[in-house]
Design a protein around this ligand. Structure first.
Ligand code: GCB
Length: 617
């Protein structure tokens, strides 16, 4: 793991209580960095594997030999030709070429199952007439990344799904520049997520890499939102030599709003104001977005923002003060096609979200199990889909390891700071299917507290496990998880009838014992079906008929849960998962999609679409 993660050789004492230290702040944040003008470094890059991580350390653990230092600003071929004492055991400039962003898994057959360190390199011309500061921003790289520019280390980052940026102003040179990036995809017991999951670990640089130029003092973070009491609030953070005591303006031209302020000694400005009467609230029915600007000296920060409130009252979820039922579905970040590579273009995201919005009559999507591309979030804003956003605290996490907690907190903070201007995001989720222990409770309570400190305008949830009573003559599921106390929305994944022996016809008799004072979402329910496999008589598992029946009976069961306020069944599209190896039906794919990997709708798609139409869609 690039030497970025620590092996758990020693046993840590369980964290007894929640960690009350402040949530980490990524530096720089470069909020809405995807919209800033810049130079796109996507496109052709050389790549070369390094399974023994020789570019990171020598075989006794010492600094790597010169002959292994992939980032060196040299031409190995020319250097060796001119001096027979020189030895390089790499030559990235003459290595094969791939197109980024993309996972390496699909680049060559021998890389299909490669998990480890990959080096990438390219050269680029420095942006002309550079002034101010230049940042190198990665949309995401999975999982641990080390970056060099012109032979100098720029920085490191851990976490496969959130953006990160480095100030490279001083390292850039006029003319040609060489960038070298090492990305290590290997997961361990202490990474987030850990090694065992149910999805493909797409190693590589999976989102755009851009050079972004700003003035010396610039708007690093800005958060503009509607408060529960109907006022607008703005938080701005400037970074740079003139960040303190600096005049700033918040502008929403369409609403004729221009509010002036001055930053404090830390470069922060916070204000609240009456919302203009003309403000149209964002909703799935009318996903109105505004061009919002923050101007500070020479810098002009821009975003497209919708304004709405989201709250709970008893068991109801209120959007703009009105109860709403979340008609949703879950999805992974994986584009349609026979060989997806997790390169989420706007067209690829639109094809998936369009199936939810128009095909299923949905108003909600669970972006599982990690932060998805900013492309998807922006499209959810534009198309009118509420979003459940989560971090990959999934299954078997090293709850007692402080480094693992630090990783999860950083990811959560990076995710929230990236997306808290997205009207679509309604729920931040901190975990998926994690068994209750003291150490786990302390870990997750820390994350819940972080969410509340970073964004008090949205709901907090987690997909929880339930206990099943063995004695009753009908299925009885009890939610006894103490974490429910600190969540706004409780969420449960249910697979009765698929992973259990229950007859589908018995599902509607199920009893759900859940706290009555909070909304409940079935954050998953599902059954595999191979598209095109029909078995109308016996309705065996993996047939479209079984999956459709499973949905019919599970939805009947859902109708009987009085506090149920939403569904995000598992899952929109069949997705790659190495744990799914039934040769007749799965072939390395989790087949719980309502559409196949190429977009073919299965019978159950219509069952859910019809159900959602009846529920107002
Ligand atoms: C779950 C997990 C999800 C799996 C799914 C399944 O409960 O949250 O990641 O893919 O079940 O298909 O078993």
């Amino acid at each position: 793991m690039l030497g970025l993660t620590m092996p758990i050789a020693i046993a840590f004492a369980p964290l007894a209580a929640q960690d009350a230290s402040p949530a980490p702040t990524p530096t720089p944040v470069l909020a809405a960095g995807d919209l800033r003008a810049g130079t796109d470094l996507s496109g052709p890059w050389h790549y070369s594997i390094d399974p023994f991580r020789s570019g990171i350390a020598g075989f006794h653990g010492e600094a790597p030999d010169v002959g292994q230092q992939r980032w060196r600003d040299i031409d190995p071929r020319a250097a060796m030709a001119s001096d027979n004492r020189v030895l390089y055991e790499f030559d990235l400039g003459h290595s094969p070429i791939t197109t980024l962003p993309s996972s390496w898994l699909t680049e060559a057959p021998e890389l299909r199952h490669y998990q480890g360190l990959m080096w990438y390199q390219r050269t680029f011309a420095a942006p002309p007439r550079r002034q101010g500061r230049t940042f190198l921003r990665f949309g995401a790289a999975n999982y641990a990344t080390i970056v060099y520019l012109n032979g100098q280390q720029v920085g490191r980052h851990e976490g496969g799904f959130t953006p990160f940026a480095f100030d490279v102003t001083k390292l850039l040179r006029d003319g040609d520049n060489q960038i070298t990036v090492g990305v290590d995809s290997e997961a361990s017991d202490t990474t987030v997520p850990p090694a065992v999951t149910d999805w493909e670990n797409y190693g590589g640089i999976t989102r755009p890499i851009r050079l972004i130029t700003t003035p010396d003092t610039y708007v690093d973070d800005a958060w503009v939102r509607l408060l529960g009491d109907g006022r607008l609030a703005v938080d701005v953070h400037l970074d740079g030599p003139q960040a303190a005591n600096r005049p700033v303006h918040l502008r929403i031209a369409e609403l004729k709003l221009d509010r002036a302020g001055v930053t404090d000694a830390n470069g922060d400005w916070r204000a609240t104001m009456t919302a203009p009467r003309a403000l149209v609230r964002w909703s799935p029915d009318r996903p109105k977005l505004y061009d919002v600007g923050v101007v500070a000296g020479e810098d002009s920060w821009q975003d497209r923002i919708g304004f709405r409130t989201i709250a709970v009252r008893g068991a109801d979820i209120l959007l703009n003060g009105k109860p709403i039922f979340l008609r949703g579905i879950s999805m992974h970040e994986e584009e349609l096609g026979v060989d997806p590579t997790r390169a989420m273009t706007t067209a690829a995201a639109r094809a998936l979200l369009g199936e939810i919005k128009d095909g299923l009559h949905g108003n909600f999507v669970r972006l599982a199990h990690y932060p998805h591309s900013d492309v998807t979030l922006r499209l959810a804003d534009e198309m009118g889909l509420l979003v459940w956003s989560e971090i990959p605290v999934y299954w078997r996490v090293a709850w007692s390891n402080p480094d693992t907690l630090a990783r999860a907190r950083t990811m959560l903070a990076e995710n929230i700071r990236r997306d808290r201007n997205r009207a679509s995001v309604a729920i931040w989720s901190v975990a998926n299917e994690t068994p209750v222990t003291d150490a786990r409770n302390a870990f997750l309570r820390t994350l819940v507290a972080d969410v509340r400190r970073l964004d008090d305008t949205r709901l907090v949830s987690a997909a929880l496990l339930v206990e099943r009573s063995k004695t009753a003559d009908h299925p009885v599921m009890t939610l006894a998880d103490p974490l429910a106390d600190v969540l706004d929305v409780m969420a449960i994944n249910t697979y009765n009838g698929w992973y259990t022996q229950d007859r589908l016809t018995d599902l509607p008799t199920s009893e759900w014992r859940v706290p009555a004072n909070k909304p409940l979402i079935f954050s998953e329910l599902g059954a595999d079906a191979r598209a095109g496999f029909h078995d109308p008589i016996k309705s065996q598992k993996f047939s479209e008929d079984f999956q459709a029946d499973y949905y019919r009976y599970t939805l009947q069961m859902a109708d009987k849960v009085p506090t149920l306020r939403g569904l995000s069944p598992w899952i929109l599209k069949d997705f790659r998962s190495p744990r799914r190896q039934n040769p007749d039906f799965q072939q390395g794919w989790n087949r719980k999609g309502l559409i196949s990997e190429t977009g073919q709708r299965k019978q159950a798609f219509d069952v859910l679409a019809t159900y959602y139409q009846r529920h107002g869609g």
